[in-house]
Design a protein around this ligand. Structure first.
Ligand code: TPP
Ligand code: MG
Length: 469
């Protein structure tokens, strides 16, 4: 830094370019020697090259997912794959296919610019969500990152709730006001945009479950990118200290945006990083492995009343989000290899057909039905209105005298709750800008008392001061 400033000064004082170049070379050599002395820039044994995230090179480790690489930390774990019933096999195929086809539709709609802003697709990772959900009981909860569409669908949100939310329509889970990353539902705490920030929330939900003492578990799901954050380690620590019923699930899809795991994690054995918390690692592209691991963790947490960690090794086929082609930091061949060899839907379906548990005709019927459902869903979402601008200040829970203060303006708006309209479908939703006749309701569904007319900001301030006095 000082060397650089020195050089700038010399440039302005007219030092010749030749001398300058010499100094630059000497400075670079000096920095390099220092780095070597400190061990900086030294490759770890396992690191295959000093790639930059921008370089498009294959990451051999990324395609090793299918190899038998299960692991256990501070616990004995031998998978005991249960024989699946025909009914369950068909259910799982249906769930995975529904997630994939709806997201493929979302991708198309996005390219038509009917979805704006962020959109992180889960395509390729479906076995993780479906396998984990199978281990859940009705009171259990889920909190996850922005890659949330699959989880929302499995937690009971309809196709329109999800696609409508992405399209910013009132049929969406958050009436189109949240978008792709902010979908919520019963026992589903989102959809969270800040990497790692929801991990402590997941522990907090676990604390609530402990208080309520109904045996419910908080499933807290996050990407490999969130595992290196301080708040994740703090969450682990508190969960173990307070014996919280939390299953922490790392969806290790090998990249945090464009950064391969070996470039951001000194230890990529995420299942071992809860220290005294037991952990297991399984192939997240294999539905049966996920089913077994999730069942095992769910039983452990309920029985021992302690947290547990699961690492699911998986892969996303699309870019980090729709604005990332997904091939600038990994090769097309790498993606293709995983799609050809590891695909969770293709492999599970083939296995079930080979076992003669399901038939080709049943699979085709599922496919056709889902295609039809997704098409109908798209029609409904296209026809549904956007929320009016008047809805901007509704369902905002920062209250002062039943008023919501508009940021930066000397004006208070009436607080209203319109969230009860969610899921009612397009017919009940109003077109953009239409005058809102929605009656505010409290949590019990009773009409809220009509709020006082808005007071001027300066009076509100004085009133507040008086009260404090
Ligand atoms: C605190 C914070 N830092 C950076 C970002 C930008 N960002 C968004 S997603 C992402 C990568 C996270 O990767 P990972 O946790 O592995 O999840 P994945 O996208 O692979 O599912 C980053 C760095 C953010 N949203 N929040
Ligand atoms: Mg990741």
């Amino acid at each position: 830094m000082f060397g650089y400033l020195f050089l700038r000064l010399k440039i302005s004082s007219g030092l010749s370019r030749q001398i300058l170049n010499r100094i630059i070379i000497r400075n670079v050599a000096y920095i390099d020697t220092k780095a070597k002395v400190r061990g900086l820039g030294k490759k770890r044994d396992s690191e295959d090259s000093d790639k930059t995230p921008e370089s498009s090179e294959s990451n051999p480790e990324a395609t090793e997912i299918g190899s038998d690489n299960a692991g256990a930390h501070r616990i004995q774990y031998t998978p005991s794959f249960e024989e699946l019933s025909k009914e369950k096999a068909l259910q799982y195929i249906t769930e995975m296919t529904r997630i994939r086809k709806l997201e493929q539709q979302a991708q198309q709609v996005y390219l038509q610019r009917k979805i704006r802003g962020f959109c992180h697709l889960y395509i390729g990772e479906e076995a993780c969500a479906v396998g984990v959900k199978a281990s859940m009981r009705p009171d259990d909860t889920i909190i996850t990152s922005y890659r949330c569409h699959a989880w929302a669908l499995l937690m009971g949100e309809s196709n329109e709730n999800v696609l409508g939310e992405l399209m910013g329509k009132t049929v969406g889970s958050s009436r189109g006001k949240g978008g792709s990353m902010h979908i919520y539902g019963k026992n589903f705490f989102g959809g969270n945009g800040i990497v790692g920030a929801h991990v402590p929330l997941g522990s907090g939900i676990g604390l609530a479950h402990k208080y309520r003492d109904k045996g419910a578990v908080s499933y807290t799901i996050f990407g490999d990118g969130a595992t290196d954050q301080g708040q994740t380690f703090e969450s682990y620590n508190m969960a173990l200290l307070w014996n919280l019923p939390v299953v922490y699930i790392v969806e290790n899809n090998r990249y945090s945006m464009g950064t391969a795991i070996k470039r951001h994690s000194a230890n990529t054995n995420y299942y071992t990083r809860g220290d005294l918390i037991p952990g297991i690692k399984v192939n997240g592209m294999d539905l049966e492995s996920v089913l077994d691991a999730a069942k095992f963790a769910s039983e452990y947490v309920r029985k021992e009343k302690k947290p547990m960690l699961i690492q699911l090794d998986t892969y996303r086929y699309r870019g980090h989000s729709m604005s990332d082609p997904g091939t600038s930091y990994r090769t097309k061949e790498e993606v293709k290899k995983v799609m050809d060899e590891q695909d969770c839907i293709k492999n599970f379906t083939k296995k079930m057909i080979d076992k003669q548990l399901v038939t080709q005709e049943e699979i085709k019927a599922i496919d056709d039905k889902i295609k039809k459902d997704v098409k109908e869903c798209l029609d409904k979402c296209e026809k549904a209105p956007e929320p009016g601008i008047d809805e901007t200040y509704k369902d905002v829970y920062l209250l002062y005298n039943s008023k919501v203060r508009m940021p930066g303006m000397f004006m208070l708006m009436d607080h209203q709750n319109v969230s009860h309209l969610v899921s009612k479908g397009a017919s009940e939703a109003k077109p953009a800008g239409a005058k809102d006749k929605v009656v505010a309701k409290d949590k019990a569904g009773k009409e809220e008392k009509k709020p006082e007319p808005a007071k001027k900001e300066e009076n509100v301030g004085k009133e507040k001061t008086k009260k404090i006095k």
